[in-house]
Design a protein around this ligand. Structure first.
Ligand SMILES: [Zn+2]
Ligand SMILES: [Zn+2]
Length: 416
């Protein structure tokens, strides 16, 4: 029979890679808790409308990349392509918004997009991120960027750049877009055909074009940071001051406009050059109009999302927890019962212990001990059973000692 394979763009994750995933997840929880974020878990699938309304029908994600299907009652459902819309939906539905208090959530989990798989990009991919609602201050924007920065630095990823921009608001962006469109049209003959079209429909997207001619034109187009309203400008100045205060190195990238139209004011990305070309590890921004768009009140929001596959590509060495590993080695079937009792005591005392029930001779068992990278072998032979002792062999130094059964707890305390 044909073997069944995992669907294209999905991956099985197991040891040793799984250790990096677990390490990352632990760090995420530890760092985010420090900043008073609490975890939120939303469903893997939602009503399709949530994403078409929340992300926008015309975006690439919604129009081309979603896994949408009908359930048995003909309802249109979609595997979540990102988590912000779901978190906003959950907060509205569960009445989590408190007008007197900011809400801070973080999430970790799989997302789904029908894209061409490549290094660090899967169809089932994983993201973590944070969302802060009901705090419109520039300081919290800086704190959200600090959390992201701190986590990556704590993970030992030092090759990162923090890029920030302001994308304006509904008061100043329309005027800027008009100006941008006019100026871009004057340079129209230097632009690629795609960008020529964008000058009328969505001139901001010209900044995303990788075409050399387009980049040159884009460099001389009016900058959004020179065309902000008073409110957006004050916010941007405060953001930069706060980032300096938090000691986050950053630079302003006026080409950074982010893919989603719901962003207002702050937009940011953290990129890395470590893997050759410059890659975005995470991105986010402020979205003050999104919550209303999804049926909530006028409540501000800011957040970011990071690709876990990309972060993991940057993790080479991880701190391994120094938990003692032990293999129980027994001489023959006659010593098996005594060995099982020792194994049970090890587990009760919190040791990582392994015993191979169909092991065969002691040499084979020691080999298995090497394979699981055991620190010690607890050896149970005929004498040990008679005298209620355990022979302990250090698997690295090959040193041996013998202890009384009842002293096992004392020994563990001394050796952990
Ligand atoms: Zn504005
Ligand atoms: Zn172009």
């Amino acid at each position: 029979m044909d073997k069944i394979k995992a669907p294209k763009g999905t991956k099985d994750i197991f040891t040793p890679d799984i250790e990096k995933w677990q390490y990352l997840e632990e760090k995420i929880k530890e760092v985010f808790n420090r900043f008073y974020f609490s975890e939120i878990r939303t469903p893997i699938f939602e009503h399709t409308e949530l994403f078409s309304r929340g992300i926008g029908d015309e975006t690439e994600v919604v129009s081309k990349e979603m896994y949408t299907f009908k359930d048995r009652k003909e309802r249109s459902l979609t595997l979540r392509p990102e988590n912000t819309a779901s978190v906003v939906r959950a907060a509205i539905e569960n009445k989590l918004f408190d007008e007197h208090f900011p809400l801070r959530y973080y999430y970790i989990g799989p997302m789904f997009r029908y894209e061409r798989p490549q290094k660090g990009r899967q169809r089932q991919f994983h993201q973590f991120g944070v969302e802060v609602f009901n705090d419109p201050s520039a300081e919290v924007d800086a704190e959200v960027i600090l959390v992201a920065y701190k986590l990556l630095i704590d993970l030992g990823i030092n090759t990162i750049n923090v890029e920030i921009n302001s994308v304006g608001c509904k008061n100043c962006r329309p005027d800027y877009l008009k100006l941008l469109s006019e100026k871009a049209e004057m340079e129209s003959e230097k632009l690629c055909s795609d960008c020529q079209r964008k000058t009328k429909t969505n001139p901001l997207r010209i900044f995303d074009c990788k075409n050399k001619g387009c980049i040159e034109v884009a460099d001389n187009l009016p900058k959004i940071t020179d065309n902000l309203c008073q409110d957006c400008n004050t916010h941007f100045v405060k953001l930069k001051e706060s980032l300096n205060l938090f000691e986050v190195p950053f630079f302003v990238n006026t080409r950074l406009v982010r893919g989603l139209d719901y962003y207002t004011k702050t937009a940011f990305e953290i990129t890395s050059e470590a893997l050759g070309s410059q890659n975005a590890i995470l991105g986010g921004g402020r979205y003050n109009d999104l919550i209303k768009q999804l049926g909530g009140n006028e409540i501000s929001g800011i957040g970011f999302a990071a690709g876990m596959e990309r972060v993991i590509l940057h993790l080479d060495k991880i701190e391994k927890k120094n938990k003692l590993k032990v293999i129980i080695v027994y001489h023959s079937e006659n010593e098996k019962t005594a060995s099982l009792k020792i194994a049970k005591r090890c587990w009760d005392l919190g040791l990582n212990a392994f015993i191979d029930y169909g092991a065969g001779n002691m040499k084979k068992q020691f080999k298995k001990g090497d394979r699981i990278e055991a620190d010690f072998a607890f050896v149970i032979g005929k004498d040990e059973v008679v005298d209620s002792m355990i022979s302990i062999k250090n698997m690295k130094t090959r040193e041996q000692e013998k202890i009384k059964n009842e002293d096992l707890e004392k020994w563990i305390k001394k050796n952990i």
